[in-house]
Structure formats: structure tokens, C-alpha cells
Design a binder for this molecule. Structure first.
Ligand SMILES: [Zn+2]
Length: 131
């Protein structure tokens, strides 16, 4: 008793157009992403730290509230933009693209901050060698 951390944060919801007491789904480390969810519209909000924004090169264009139903589904062969949020069906998780690595013959490594899984490096634009 009394040890429960306050997992709520007031934040402007771009869907509801007002400040909402949101649920904190995941508290990110200093250079990572904190994920909130709006109890009103049930959208999810990636809250980027200053370090995360710098890493991503984002200044003004910040992702606001995202409706889960509007997230693209991650595909190994697809390509994604920094700041884009997608749904990873296999892991049943949502992630935001933080950084894009170098393109290789087999595809490009991207650094993704997942809502449940945290930071993970995955691949986009995967090219099967059996063509
Ligand atoms: Zn909302």
C-alpha cells in the first residue's frame, strides 16, 4: 500500500483537442519514448524526450494522438519514415521509428521504440535473395 506510482500525465490530445489526464502505458528512459493513452478517444501518444527528438531530427512536426486503427501494419518489405508509428502484428505491439540505419543488400536496419517491447532494431525494405 502506498507504493503505487502515479501512472498518469496531463497531455494535450490532438484528437480530443483538449488537455486530458492520460494513462502512462510505458515510461521511457531519458532519451526514449514515453507512451500515453487517452482514456477519452483511446488513441495512443508517443511522448518524445528532447534527446529523442534530436536523434530523430524532428522539430516542429511531432506525432500527436494516434488512433490504433489508423496505424499501418509493419511489413518486413515495407519502408517507413522517422516518426512514423506502425503496428507490429507478430508482437502485437506499436512502435515509432527513431532512426534509420544504412541500407545493405538485405534491407535497412531501423531503430524502433515499441510501446511494450522498448527499443528494438528491426529491418525494413527487406530484399529476399531468392529472386
Ligand atoms: Zn483523446
Amino acid at each position: 500500500m502506498g507504493t503505487e506510482i502515479q501512472r498518469r500525465k496531463s497531455h494535450f490530445c490532438t484528437v480530443c483537442q483538449r488537455v486530458v489526464r492520460m494513462n502512462m502505458l510505458r515510461k521511457g528512459l531519458a532519451d526514449q519514448v514515453t507512451w500515453l493513452s487517452c482514456p477519452n478517444c483511446e488513441g495512443i501518444v508517443p511522448l518524445l524526450s528532447a534527446a529523442a527528438k534530436e536523434m530523430m531530427g524532428l522539430k516542429e512536426k511531432l506525432p500527436g494522438t494516434v488512433m490504433k486503427s489508423e496505424c499501418a501494419e509493419y511489413d518486413l518489405c515495407g519502408t517507413y519514415d522517422v516518426g512514423q508509428i506502425f503496428y507490429h502484428k507478430v508482437w502485437d505491439d506499436y512502435g515509432i521509428v527513431m532512426e534509420k540505419g544504412k541500407e545493405s543488400q538485405k534491407g535497412r536496419a531501423i531503430l524502433v521504440s515499441f510501446l511494450k517491447g522498448g527499443m528494438k532494431k528491426i529491418v525494413e525494405n527487406y530484399q529476399s535473395l531468392e529472386k
